[in-house]
Every structure is written in structure tokens, then in C-alpha cells.
Write a protein that binds this ligand. Structure first.
Ligand code: NAP
Length: 284
């Protein structure tokens, strides 16, 4: 039997509310301008997981009153062809957000493809311009999963200023931007990665822990500081996170479940940022 003491951070409920609010904003844009916000998704090849993710995003768009435009390219697409397709979307006034589903295949220069996304339409927060704006604390689009993490922390009124935040993982789409966003809110941030020594003792100091590793139950409850806030961004086969939930929940004060924590927030932020983009591009 679990002796869990932590309260759950319910990402499913917050994502639902975020999508509902986004749908209201999308409908208002359509009412005022006659233009419906539009997200373009670009898929290269037919990797089953990528096909599923793109379909899921299109379904959610439809529920939020956002149009989706889908560009499907064969796996043999070259970097130049992909850049040309994305550039056309960047220049198309009917498209307000662009999402390139990745990975795109090893023969493609993924960075060049991302950089073909106009920063004003970078609703997935993947361009260097978006990353730099986030680093400088300027307005712009953030990477969706870290953006979702920050919304969860705010929803549960987690004090960040002066707190010790530890981010385990430093990927460009998750760990690194999550740490920068926490730093921007005056947390004292430590990054851990595969070369970190004495990981346990660093994790033990965390008032706020973000686990973004991709290894099932990698962080054990015994390393959680009593009263810590635990954000588990991991999503591993078998619906298991990067944190050993049962033991961590005995010590944390707030914890995200897997599934139902960080996961649902990612698409919610994508939709919200698409509507943000449409509002800005339409001058509202
Ligand atoms: P990734 O690109 O593979 O990055 C994993 C990070 O973990 C790397 O920075 C790596 O360090 C670090 N790491 C690996 N082994 C470690 C160890 N033994 N000790 C400490 N750090 C270690 O993965 P990702 O894309 O960031 O995703 C991480 C997890 O989040 C996955 O489970 C993924 O499924 C999940 N995820 C969820 C969502 C969502 O909820 N919507 C979105 C994206 C990702 P190095 O940099 O040194 O290699």
C-alpha cells in the first residue's frame, strides 16, 4: 500500500482548461476578422509514432477551432526541398503556426529545416530566435513541454524565486529550456546530465526537481528532498516516468503523475501559442 503524502499536479485538468480558453480565443479571432487560426504540420516520411503525433495534434486543433494544414513529404525529401516547403508556409499569410514533426531522418539537416520557420510562426519554439528570446527573457514562443511545466508550476502557485531547482537532462527541446525558464523566474538552477558526478547529492538539494532523462524510474524517492516539488517530464514505455513515483510521492509535497502530468500540457501549449501567433499576425 502506498503511503503517498504528495498532492498530484493534474496536467490533464489544466490542459483541458487551457484548450478550452484557447478555443474561446480562436473563436473570437474568427468572429472579429473572419480568419481562423491555422497550424501547419509538416511530416517527412511515415514513421508510425510521428504519424500518430501529427494526427493527435490535428484532432486537438479541430477541437479548439484551429484549422490545420498538413504537408506530407516522402522520406526521400532533401534538406533543400524541406526548407523550400517550410519557407512557403512561413510566407503564407493563411498559416499562423508551423510545426515540423521531428525526427526528420538522418540525411536532413534538421537545424536548417527548423530555421526556415519564420520566428513569428515558431509556435513549437524550435528556432534559434525563439531560444535566444527565451534566454534574454524577451517575449516569444517557448518550447512547448517546458512551457507546459511552467504553467503547471504557476497553476499550483509554486514559489520559484530563490528556490533551488535541479533539472536532470539538457536536451534542446526540454531540459535546457526548462532550466532557462526557471532561471528567468529567479530560481537557482543546476543542470545534470550523463556526465554529472554525484547526481544523488545534487538531486537531494532540489526544492524543485525536473526529471527529463528518458530512463524509467531513474530518480528514486530516497533522493527527493522532503517537501520538494517533483516534475516528471519523462515518458517511457509502459506509461512510466523518469521518477519512481511511489517512493517519490512519500517525500514530495507536489508531484506530477505519469501519465496525466506534464504530457497533456505539451499540445495545450502548442495550441495556445498558435492562437497567440494568429493574434499577433492579425494585429489583434
Ligand atoms: P534526450 O534528448 O534523450 O535527453 C536526455 C537527457 O538525459 C540528456 O541531456 C542526457 O544527458 C540525460 N541523461 C541521460 N542519461 C543520464 C544519466 N545517467 N544521468 C543524468 N542525465 C542523463 O531526451 P528528451 O527529448 O529531453 O526527453 C526526455 C524524456 O522526456 C523522455 O522520456 C521523453 O519521452 C520525455 N518527453 C516528454 C514530452 C512530453 O511530455 N510531451 C516531450 C518531450 C520529451 P547528455 O546530454 O549528457 O546525453
Amino acid at each position: 500500500m502506498s503511503t503517498s503524502t504528495a498532492s498530484l499536479m493534474d496536467g490533464t485538468a489544466l490542459a483541458r482548461r487551457t484548450v478550452e480558453e484557447t478555443a474561446v480565443r480562436a473563436a473570437e479571432i474568427t468572429r472579429r476578422t473572419g480568419v481562423t487560426p491555422c497550424l501547419a504540420t509538416v511530416l517527412v516520411g511515415a514513421d508510425p509514432a510521428s504519424v500518430t503525433y501529427v494526427k493527435m495534434k490535428q484532432n486537438r486543433c479541430a477541437k479548439a477551432g484551429i484549422r490545420s494544414r498538413h504537408v506530407e513529404l516522402p522520406a526521400s525529401t532533401t534538406t533543400e526541398e524541406l526548407v523550400a516547403a517550410i519557407t512557403a508556409l512561413s510566407e503564407d499569410p493563411e498559416v499562423h503556426g508551423i510545426l515540423l514533426q521531428h525526427p526528420v531522418g538522418p540525411h536532413i539537416d534538421e537545424r536548417a529545416a527548423f530555421e526556415a520557420i519564420a520566428p513569428a510562426k515558431d509556435v513549437d519554439g524550435v528556432t534559434m530566435a525563439s531560444f535566444a528570446a527565451m534566454g534574454f527573457g524577451l517575449p516569444g514562443f517557448v518550447s512547448c513541454t517546458p512551457g507546459g511545466i511552467m504553467r503547471l508550476l504557476d497553476e499550483y502557485r509554486v514559489e520559484l524565486s530563490g528556490k533551488r531547482a535541479v533539472v536532470v537532462g539538457r536536451s534542446a527541446i526540454l531540459g535546457k529550456p526548462a532550466g532557462l525558464l526557471l532561471l528567468g523566474r529567479d530560481a537557482t538552477v543546476t543542470y545534470c546530465h550523463s556526465r554529472t558526478t554525484e547526481l544523488s547529492s545534487i538531486v537531494q538539494e532540489a526544492d524543485i526537481l525536473v526529471a527529463a532523462v528518458g530512463k524509467p524510474r531513474f530518480i528514486k524517492g530516497e533522493d527527493i528532498k522532503p517537501g520538494a516539488v517533483v516534475i516528471d517530464a519523462g515518458y517511457n514505455p509502459g506509461n512510466v516516468g523518469d521518477v519512481d513515483f511511489e517512493t517519490a510521492a512519500e517525500r514530495a509535497c507536489l508531484i506530477t503523475p505519469v501519465p496525466g502530468g506534464v504530457g497533456p500540457m505539451t499540445i495545450a501549449v502548442l495550441l495556445a501559442q498558435t492562437v497567440d501567433g494568429a493574434e499577433r499576425q492579425l494585429g489583434l
